[in-house]
Design a protein around this ligand. Structure first.
Ligand SMILES: [Zn+2]
Ligand SMILES: [Zn+2]
Length: 110
């Protein structure tokens, strides 16, 4: 099974749905709901186009990641995140997003 097949797996679909619901179908970086809030009944393919669930970290298969390592990002924030080449900057960006999401625990908590 390659990575793209895994993303079609029902276990990932369920996990993804769980994360989207946790994040209120809202991008955790720019707060954009994109088109999702224009109607209550947007077909799945619409928010599929605009909201991605990003893995900060992998822990085996895509659906096995901890929820703290998964975040809802809109397409443009997701593309931006992946465009960061500098690993340090990438890490800072991750910390920023996790802070907003209040997912950081322990020493990094305010
Ligand atoms: Zn965004
Ligand atoms: Zn990603």
């Amino acid at each position: 099974m390659d990575y793209f097949d895994k993303l079609k797996d029902v276990r990932w679909k369920n996990k993804r749905q769980e994360i989207l619901e946790r994040d209120n179908f809202t991008c955790q970086k720019c707060n954009s709901k994109r088109y999702y809030n224009t109607t209550d009944e947007v077909p799945e393919k619409i928010y599929d186009l605009f909201l991605n669930v990003h893995h900060f970290d992998y822990n085996g298969d895509p659906w096995e990641s901890n929820n703290e390592d998964l975040v809802t990002l809109c397409e443009s924030c997701h593309a931006y995140y992946h465009s960061i080449k500098n690993e340090e900057l990438k890490k800072l960006e991750m910390i920023k997003i996790k802070r907003t999401m209040k997912l950081l625990s322990g020493a990094n908590n305010e």
